[in-house]
Write a protein that binds this ligand. Sequence first.
Ligand SMILES: NC(=O)c1ccc[n+]([C@@H]2O[C@H](COP(=O)([O-])OP(=O)(O)OC[C@H]3O[C@@H](n4cnc5c(N)ncnc54)[C@H](OP(=O)(O)O)[C@@H]3O)[C@@H](O)[C@H]2O)c1
Length: 266
Amino acid sequence: MKKVLIAGATGWVGKELSKAIISSADYTLVGGLSRSNAGADLAHILGIDHAPIPLFDSIAKALESITFDILIDFTSPKIAMGNIVSAINSGKNIIVGTSGLSDEEYERIGSLADEKKVSVLAAGNFSITAVLLQRFSETAAKYINHFEIIDYASEKKVDAPSGTVAELAYRLSKVQKPTLDVTIEETIGVKETRGASINGIRVHAIRLPGHILGVETIFGMEDEKLTIKHEAGSGVAPYLKGIFIALNKINTFKGLKRGLDTIMDF
Ligand SMILES: NC(=O)c1ccc[n+]([C@@H]2O[C@H](COP(=O)([O-])OP(=O)(O)OC[C@H]3O[C@@H](n4cnc5c(N)ncnc54)[C@H](OP(=O)(O)O)[C@@H]3O)[C@@H](O)[C@H]2O)c1
């Protein structure tokens, strides 16, 4: 049984992921990170009948106190980088779900993972249907050089673009940079209405009540258009499936891989 530590074990994703790992046959949950519940028993917080699972307020304390094989991080971009670097330096494999880390941070994570010969799988979205949106969008971007992205989320989401959209923009930029027939500089009026450039791709973030998480890639060609859209519901179930794919594959490569599809069969 591989031993797992979840950073963010008391969060929206972390709680359901903790329960799923506890019920799995192949993995055991040996601890969690949470500032507000440090010192408490995660099993008690989850309301399940289980031996105590310790919660720590920092990865340093977890590394001193318990042994684990895999760190899964679902915290916030402010804390995730420190967790990841400490875990890599301690030879642990890592699954990163936290959104908002920059490309520069990922470059550093990649170099460190290569140096320490550990595996890091980072995905802005662990939902399999969101991964299909990425794949279909990449295929379309090979043939169509005019495209933009819309990022939908609730009014409470603090980071923009979402991790899903940041990853999608990064990946589409590797296929090709879209053409802007009227550049931003040439735009007359309010230039910001053209959105922000993320890796050379125009992204428009909508933050409104009633919206959960969605992403839309819009392609345009002369006299025709194509829209590829993914919308998540309000539950955690879609992410859990993808995280278990990552857990089962994390030992099959070394270094950093970005995107769940990099370890899926297509
Ligand atoms: N990749 C995907 O498929 C996917 C899916 C959903 C969400 N996400 C991303 O995953 C992240 C977490 O989402 P969520 O909705 O679960 O967030 P959440 O409900 O706010 O939970 C965050 C968790 O992290 C802990 N935490 C935050 N700062 C910490 C710190 N400094 N030290 C220790 N623990 C800390 C929190 O506990 P304390 O407050 O007690 O510290 C809590 O347990 C976000 O970046 C979100 O965008 C990714």
